[in-house]
Ligand binder design. Sequence first.
Ligand SMILES: CCCCCCCCCCCCC[C@@H](O)CC(=O)SCCNC(=O)CCNC(=O)[C@H](O)C(C)(C)COP(=O)(O)OP(=O)(O)OC[C@H]1O[C@@H](n2cnc3c(N)ncnc32)[C@H](O)[C@@H]1OP(=O)(O)O
Length: 241
Amino acid sequence: MASSEDEGSVEEKENSRKKPIGPVATAWLTFYNIAMTAGWLVLAIAMCRFYMVTGTHKGLYKTIQKTLKFFQTFALLELVHCALGIVRTSVLVTGVQVSSRIFMVWFIANSIKQIQNEESVLLFLVVWTVTEITRYSYYTFNLLNHLPYFIKWARYNLFIVLYPLGVAGELLTIYAALPYVRKTGMYSLRLPNKYNVSFDYYYFLIAVMCFYVPLFPQLYFHMLRQRRKVLYGEVFVEKDD
Ligand SMILES: CCCCCCCCCCCCC[C@@H](O)CC(=O)SCCNC(=O)CCNC(=O)[C@H](O)C(C)(C)COP(=O)(O)OP(=O)(O)OC[C@H]1O[C@@H](n2cnc3c(N)ncnc32)[C@H](O)[C@@H]1OP(=O)(O)O
């Protein structure tokens, strides 16, 4: 994940690392990004409609959960894209980002119905939706070589505010889930059992919250570096392992 500025680096060095992707990969990525933009747009419209009709966020998660689970799970393909080398992103950075989202959707929001109406759930839903519409439309227009500046600007500026807000929404939601998890002992394995293994989901969730402390800054600084590269043309050279 670590990358460093190399004083002697030149643009050719950076460009020489850019492997052109073939037409099949380009066609697939274009399809994937259009589908994801559309999916998150559908979610945005469903959220707005729900609020306009009911005047509250209560019940929103239940209404949009199928679409959310489908498109957020589909994002696992981003790991495949990195692993195949058809996008120039680190598997590690993408892995942390995607796994934390999948975890929030499947093991928190989907599993613990009691927290689905929390304001913090609404917060991360709105933040994710704005982020993903911007991000996937950026990738789409970029692949088509017709990138409007406002989308580029939004992709590399909005995250400055949205990332901390999204993280706050996720952490507050996990925090709200703790009492329920402790009371019910869900997903926990107590001794004695035939596997002779004990697992406490409550402490696991506390550990996950702690993982945000070292991992979130890595993602945030990764995005700040991308921002400087894309908006201001600064050249970074990845350290070879
Ligand atoms: C099991 C329990 C695990 C628990 C872990 C607990 C710890 C978790 C800590 C982390 C917390 C994260 C919280 C997070 O969920 C909160 C939010 O998301 S809030 C909303 C704000 N978020 C964001 O803005 C980030 C959104 N996500 C991303 O941007 C990416 O996922 C990320 C990997 C972070 C960065 O993307 P990337 O490295 O790809 O940067 P670029 O977009 O600049 O792209 C780099 C180059 O790759 C090309 N690319 C990438 N993807 C595509 C694609 N789909 N199609 C086409 N091209 C693609 C892109 O164009 C760039 O190419 P080039 O350099 O040639 O221009």
